[in-house]
Design a protein around this ligand. Structure first.
Ligand code: NAP
Length: 326
């Protein structure tokens, strides 16, 4: 029997054609809502799901009785009920590694743009306000030679820190669940308690996954510990930060600036003040959004789903417990 894959993330023509050689594929290039009847119909028949940015709930799983594997086109898997998938014997795969460097580039883009006020000053020109040499009122802060505090020191955290230490001569502090001695040797990084990092770092960058332990990890108390000159960057997940507390800290200039790729609610609601604040650089969750990386992520997800449905161990298995070799 030909197995059925329901794909709702961006695949290129070549990837889709290859997949269709071996599987029946229901492909939704744009999925506005999982309530679409055609999507629900395909879900009922699907053995595999490939996609991104869709919240998978137990109720949705109830409508997918044949489902054996999900390949998310993302490294973060906070959109999936992992324990529930494991209980049902459904494999969950993600796409680590292939997006690490691109996402770290986005992190550094935000660090530099926020510290040097790049968006605010580009807008200053666009508005026709550049009529004489700029003065102190428009100066930013140096990034090179400063202290970089990494909250989360996994793949992406290390890649951001590598850029800071090796490219910008920064001292690196990190707060992470486990120590990383190899990275300490490579980058001269020092592990410390979160509070110490917050009070010492000039640039703070968040790269922890969203879990019950990290939800609202950074709130009013934590912003209160930061230097008034601190630049705060979040490329992880919006819900790791208490957004109300962050807005307050930025408005009152308790901290200098923020660079944000992720938000509590995405797309960002129109009433959010964040994109309009001069000391905020806000991007629409573009961490991994380059042609090269999105193609590589989709390919990795396709490799994972193919292996899973063929009874082989996928390359990137999130819930090992669900794996039982044939
Ligand atoms: P990773 O390699 O698993 O790194 C995550 C790090 O966070 C690990 O070192 C882990 O510690 C640490 N950690 C986990 N829970 C923690 C806690 N409660 N307290 C302190 N440290 C904790 O993952 P990654 O590939 O770097 O990706 C990180 C996250 O970035 C993803 O989960 C995703 O949400 C986000 N992301 C965003 C974008 C974007 O478009 N903006 C793109 C890609 C990823 P251990 O090493 O001890 O386990």
């Amino acid at each position: 029997m030909t197995q059925r894959i329901l794909a709702y993330g961006r695949l290129n023509d070549d990837q889709l054609a290859k997949l269709r050689r071996d599987f029946h594929v229901d492909y939704f290039a744009h999925l506005d809502s999982p309530d679409e009847p055609a999507f629900r119909a395909a879900l009922r028949e699907a053995h595999g799901l490939v996609g991104a940015s869709l919240k998978i709930t137990p109720a949705l799983l109830d409508e997918a009785p044949q489902l054996r594997a999900i390949a998310s086109i993302s490294v973060g898997y906070d959109n999936y009920p992992v324990d529930e998938l494991t209980r049902r014997g459904i494999l969950l795969c993600n796409t680590p590694d292939v997006l690490t460097e691109t996402t770290a580039d986005t992190g550094f883009l935000l660090i530099l743009a926020a510290a040097r006020r790049a968006v605010e000053l580009a807008e200053f020109i666009r508005q026709g306000d550049w009529r004489s040499s700029i003065g102190e009122a428009h100066f930013g802060s140096d990034v090179h030679g400063k202290t970089l505090g990494m909250i989360g020191f996994g793949r992406i955290g290390a890649a951001v820190a590598r850029r800071g230490a090796l490219g910008f001569g920064m001292r690196v502090l990190y707060s992470n669940a486990s120590p990383k001695p190899a990275l300490e040797n490579e980058l001269g990084a020092t592990r410390c308690e979160l509070d110490e990092l917050l009070s010492q770092a000039d640039v703070i960058c968040v790269t922890v996954p969203l879990t019950p332990a990290t939800e609202k990890l950074i709130g009013r108390r934590e912003f209160g510990l930061m230097k008034p000159s601190a630049v705060f960057v979040n490329i992880a997940r919006g819900k790791v930060v208490n957004e109300t507390a962050m807005i307050q800290a930025l408005k009152s200039r308790q901290i200098q600036a923020a660079g944000l790729d992720v938000f509590e609610q995405e797309p960002l609601p129109s009433e959010s003040p964040l994109p309009f604040m001069t000391n905020v650089v806000a991007l629409p969750h573009i961490g991994s959004a380059t042609h090269e990386t999105r193609t590589a992520m989709a390919q990795r997800a396709l490799d994972n789903i193919r292996l899973a449905l063929e009874g082989e161990r996928p390359i990137d298995l999130v819930n090992d417990e669900a794996w039982s070799p044939a």
